[in-house]
Each structure stands twice: as C-alpha cells, then as structure tokens.
Design a protein around this ligand. Sequence first.
Ligand code: HEM
Length: 524
Amino acid sequence: MIFPNADVFQSYLWLVLVCVVLYLLWFITTTGTRYWQCVRVPYVEGSPVVGNFLDAVLMRKSMFDLMDELYVHERVRESRLFGISKLITPTVVLRDPELIKQILIKDAAFFCNRSMSADPHGDPIGYYNLLMIKNPAWKQLRSYLTPSLSLSKIKQMYRLLDQVGADMVASLDALPEVRPNVRETEYKELSARFTTDVIASTFFGIQANCLKDEHSEFRYYGRKIFDYGPLRGLTMASFFFMPELVPYLRLKLFPRDTEAFLKTIIEQEITRREKTGESRGDFIDSMIALKNNNATIGVKEKIPLKGDILVAQAATFYMASFETTSSVLSFALYELTRHPNIQGRLRDEIRLVLSKYGNEIPYEALANEMPYLGMVISETARLYPVLPFIERQCTLPEGTTGYKLEPFHDYVIPNHMPVLIPIYAIHRDPKYFPNPLQFDPDRFAKENLDQIQPCTYMPFGVGPRTCLGSHFGTLQIKIALVKLLSKYRIERSPSTPETLTYRKNAFTLNSNEGLYAELVDDAL
Ligand code: HEM
C-alpha cells in the first residue's frame, strides 16, 4: 500500500480546508436567497454578500432607481409582496396597498420599530432619538416630543418662519442681475439655506444667517451630515444594511464635529435660558421642561431626558427636518419653473390672498384659503418622495415566531424580519397614478381625492410612526413658495436641466444636476 508523503498530505488538507471555508462563505453569504428558495413567496435572486444591493454598493444606481427596478421585476410584479436580500438578511417588500394598510396601520403594534439601529452605549446621541429608538422607549419619547410640534406650537412659530421667508427674498434681491431685472439662482442651495435658518430660528432660538452668509457654521455642519463621501457613505449604509455590527465598528450617526457643534450650541442655549429665565415657547423650552420634570424613557432601565439625551432630540430634529423639507421645496420650484401654466395658476391664487390680506398673510389663510398651493406641494411630494422606502421590523411578543399575513397571503413573516414599503416606486406606479411622470397637481384637487387609494400616497410615511414634522415641513414650503412667487416669476435659464438623474450615494432624493433658474422681477 502506498501512503502519500507528509507534504502531499498537507497539501490535500489545505485544499479540503480551503474548500470548506469557501463553502461556508458561500453558505453564509447566500442566506437571503436560500431562505426565499424555501418559502412560497416570489423573490428576486440576489448575489452572494451584497444580496439585491450590488448596484447600490458599487454606486452604479441610486437606491431609488434600484428599488424601482425590483418593484417592477418580472418575477414579482404580479405579487402582493416579494422577497429580497438586504446583504445577507432576508427582507420582505410589500407591494399591495391593502397589505401595507394591514401592517403599518391595523397591526402597527407589531411593526413600530425600524430595523436600522445605532449603538446605545458608544453613540447615545445617535441611538436615543425618534428615528432610531425601539419600542417601548420609542412610544414614550414620541409622546414627550409630539407637543413640541403641535398645531398651536407651529402657529406660534409662524411669525419667525415668515421672517426667514422675508430674509430669503432679501438674499435673492441681493444677487447680481444677469440681465435687467433678471437674476439666476440654484434651488437646492437656496432651499437648504432657507430650511437651515428656519430650524435654527424656530427650534434653537438662534440666528444662523445661512441666507446671508454662505459660510455660516450651521450650513457647514448641516452639509456635513448629508455629504456622503466614501467613509460617511459607508457609515450611513451600515446603519441600514448591518445594524448588528454598528456597535462593534463604533460608528456614529452624526459626524463627530457636527455632534460636538450641536452639543455646544444646544447646551449653551439651555444654560443661557436657565440663567436668564427667558422663555420663547419653542423646542428648547420644551426640552428644558422635560429635564425639569425628570422625564425618563425605558422600562427596565430608566434613562433620564437630560444631557446627551436632550441633545439627541435636537440633533435628530435638525437632521430629519432640513434635508427633507429643502428637497421637496427645491423640486417644487423646479417643476414650477418647467410648467409656466401651473406657476401662473399658483401666482393667481397668491395674488388673490395678497389682495385680501396685504403682505401680512395670516396663518389661517395659508392653511385654509390656498388649495392650489397645497396641491402643488402634494404632487411634488408624490413625484419626488424624499425616501426610496419606509422601513420597519417585525417585532412580536416573546414566544411568537411569526406574523401571519392571512387572508392576504399564506406567508408568515418571521419575528425580526425587516419589511420595506417602496414608496418611490408606488408613487410612480401607473396603476395608482396614471401618467405618473407627469407633474399634475390636479390629482390632489378636492374632487379627485377619492381616486387616490389609501396607502398608495405616503410621502410622510404611514401609521403611528409617520413623520412628526409633516405639518411644520409643509408650512415652511408654503411660506417659501408664497414669498418667492409674490416677488418673482421663475423661468428656465440656459442651465436648467431638462431631465434629472439622482445621486447614487445619497439616501434622500437629490439630483446630480444643479436646479438653476432665472428669477424675473414681477411683484404681485
Ligand atoms: C416635507 C418635509 C418632510 C418629509 C417629506 C418628511 C418625510 C419623512 C418620512 C418619510 C419619515 C419616515 C416615516 C415612516 O417611517 O413612516 C419621516 C420621519 C420623521 N420625520 Fe419627517 N419629513 C419632513 C419634514 C420633517 C420635519 C420638518 C421634521 C421636524 C422635526 C421631521 C421630523 C421627523 C421625525 C422626528 C421622524 C421620525 C418619526 C418617528 O420615528 O417617530 N420631518 N419623515
């Protein structure tokens, strides 16, 4: 009998070992797809490691385009739901409005959490906030923060908002003329500066002066939050794609210097007010009240709302509010530039209200007497929702293995599975919005509203975990549009893009192209 010598034996051993490791790697990195092969749900096959997000990881497609392609994929387009892999994690995507209603509204108690998460120990500011925190602490925190954005609070902020609107027009007046009575602007930067000044003024009681000074600190740090260079892009992607690893990688939701900046200004303002006894009835006052009332969150461990946890609330409101509002505002201005007839109709409505009230339009008039303004904003938020999808995680009481989808489907969603609702794709589905790429505010006319099926229009999300700032964000957009269109007619400039492509390294909708336009002096 011939025995292989030790070297050959060792080589065989290595070969076997390499094969085992490769097999294990394949086995682990294809978990998502293998899961969907075993259940009776249509799915789109993903690649090992990256699942269905290869094009997003390689930055070949924006998250919006990628989700849109999955939504209409031939294997799943007739189905109410389908499976994908978020890297290696099996993830269910809901396509059907009835099913979305069932999960996000009727059975919201089991789908209140988002699957993305931050590190509670290493990053308290990133974790203990409404965007990230999980139930039951989320419910407590939401009930503490809801009053700070109630209608009466928003009404109180109206004059401050109106002032920032006037500052915006003044900043446009100061631009050099490209021809007599004509100036050029870029809507994305303009909108970002407007919304940043609004937040600084209404939430923090601070004049940020972004509209006056392009190098303002507030604008600088705001830009940093959403400026997804390679490192920041990877960090932000990790919160969504691999939340379990976030604590080990010591990742933070806010860039460190932005966090330090926000911490300093918020703590300084809280200390100043406590010393002077000044009260403005704004967000900072609400935070001081929570602290003084010894408010806590959490059941087993009671976390007091003070220090970093208060900073977390202000920082998240800053993050959740300015990029979203400025995105919708800039796209609304862009569509109004491209559609002079729609702009004309809106200016007619503004003219009517100005003739009734003069330049001091009351809050009630803006809210109740300008239906076309509301329709333009709703249509903008349909065509350009800020997020590609809403995200949830199935969270059932201990001992329950899964959530039954009957009578819609015989599939059972396992506990902890991520659930995605692809709002961008649904808003652009011709089944729900005929001729979906057409910008048509009349879809939202009172007489047409009953044609919009529930849970097909979700720019602010749906159910109890919906956007907390939807009224406040909409009011900001209304004020900016009314102020700007009262003074100027907006027209295409040679740099106005005809079609838009979306940034591949952004999680909110953002065009690659600058949204340039001309402002023609034409006061109403
Ligand atoms: C037009 C502007 C805005 C749009 C389109 C928008 C959109 C959204 C969306 C889609 C969500 C996720 C909802 C879900 O998961 O169901 C969200 C959540 C949130 N938004 Fe907004 N938002 C806007 C303005 C604002 C403003 C001005 C604030 C002010 C503070 C704000 C604060 C929040 C917060 C705190 C959450 C998390 C709520 C929670 O998880 O309980 N948003 N927003």
